[in-house]
Design a protein around this ligand. Structure first.
Ligand code: ZN
Length: 78
């Protein structure tokens, strides 16, 4: 099963029941609740374009991960 990470602080989040038939998740660290579909869509579009521009500037994937506070292999394929 795919792990879910908080869109705010990128910490591992756990399932937190359903709302209107959709799975909700709750961040263990900041206690933010969110739905996977909406948060991931916005998150990926913004982050992926930013990563592409950073890669053009010869930033390393590890460096980009640190700057953006993301985990490779989860939300973004890098
Ligand atoms: Zn969080």
């Amino acid at each position: 099963m795919k792990k879910v990470y908080c869109p705010d602080c990128n910490e591992y989040s756990v399932k937190s029941g359903f709302q209107k038939g959709k799975q909700r998740y709750k961040c263990k660290v900041c206690n933010k609740r969110f739905q996977l579909y909406y948060t991931y869509k916005a998150y990926n579009e913004n982050t992926n374009s930013l990563i592409k521009s950073l890669l053009k500037e010869s930033c390393s994937v590890q460096g980009i991960s640190r700057v953006l506070n993301i985990s490779c292999g989860t939300e973004v394929s890098c």
